[in-house]
Write a protein that binds this ligand. Structure first.
Ligand code: A2P
Length: 275
């Protein structure tokens, strides 16, 4: 069943907040997840996979900001964000109520490590996400550079329930069905893409934490791969702190080393926004 609701406005009112961005679209995916789009500030340049600080003004007039990965690719006209709703979370308890035409604060200083510059060239790239950690990959998967740099692009997404996979599933579908995306990426690029969704608390075709499925070899058997090897494989990781630490340990056990903008290596990690 399709649970999400969508509202769109064609025109936006002028911005009044400092570093304001006008909301153009809000989609509620589940009672815990929503995504929204804002107008892209004309001067904002970013690399696919980076994050910015966004937020709202508090009652005392001071900004309340959190790091959010930009889910849009670097070429997009609008900026998309994917967020959880925490009922008593300082920011998301209010942010979840934004409507088209509202303004949010957006500090136009993109940063982040989930960028191609932080990885050495390789044959295959893995994107490991849990929950809203899918957001930076929604950006990178829509960027032709991802497919130009690698022969194979594997995106894994682990959520508790099936409905929580929907945002990612739609995004993957749009790469294959959206005329603009097909034109931009082409069949050759899209043939490189493998999507591997899993759930942990509701039955689905593939159940289990991705970490467990790698440790017991299931992922590699399913994908017909020998495993993860520093000679060929690169990885980007975005999820909860515990998830990031577990994947990091796994990558290190495979012999991969962590990279940074200043020193590209085999894998990079970023914490998904929580709360
Ligand atoms: P699980 O249901 O077994 O905790 P959350 O909503 O708590 O952020 O979790 C999102 C998804 O990430 C869930 O499916 C959860 O599995 C999984 N997950 C959480 N922590 C880890 C971890 N350390 N390693 C692998 N998967 C994890």
């Amino acid at each position: 069943m399709n649970e999400q609701t969508q509202v769109t406005v064609p025109a936006a009112k002028p911005a009044h907040l400092p570093d304001a961005a006008v909301v153009t679209e809000v989609t509620h995916w589940t009672d815990r997840l929503f995504s929204f789009k804002v107008e892209r500030p004309r001067t904002l340049r970013f690399r696919s996979g980076e994050f910015v600080m966004i937020g709202l003004l508090k009652d005392d007039g001071k900004p309340l900001l959190r790091a959010y990965s930009i889910a849009s690719p670097a070429w997009a006209d609008e900026l998309e964000f994917y967020s959880i709703k925490v009922q008593d979370g300082p920011l998301t308890s209010r942010l979840q109520h934004i409507q088209p035409g509202d303004e949010i604060i957006l500090r136009p200083k993109p940063v982040g490590t989930l960028v191609h510059d932080a990885l050495l060239p390789g044959k295959r790239v893995w994107f490991f996400a849990t929950g809203t950690g899918f957001a930076p990959f929604a950006s990178l998967l829509r960027d032709p550079e991802t497919y130009e740099k690698f022969d194979q692009v594997i995106v894994t997404h682990t959520c508790r329930e099936v409905a929580e996979l929907e945002y990612g599933r739609r995004l993957i579908d749009s790469l294959r069905t959206d005329e603009m995306m097909q034109e931009l990426l082409g069949e050759e690029h899209l043939a490189k893409l493998t999507y591997y969704p899993t759930t942990t608390r509701e039955p689905s075709p593939k159940m289990g934490r991705i970490t467990t499925l790698m440790q017991d070899g299931t992922v590699f058997r399913d994908l017909g791969l020998p495993g993860i090897d520093p000679a060929t494989d690169r990885a980007m990781v975005c999820g909860s702190l515990a998830f990031n630490l577990d994947i990091k340990a796994l990558m290190e056990s495979y012999g991969l080393t962590e990279g940074a903008n200043s020193e590209p290596a085999h894998y990079v990690v970023e914490k998904a926004f929580v709360g």
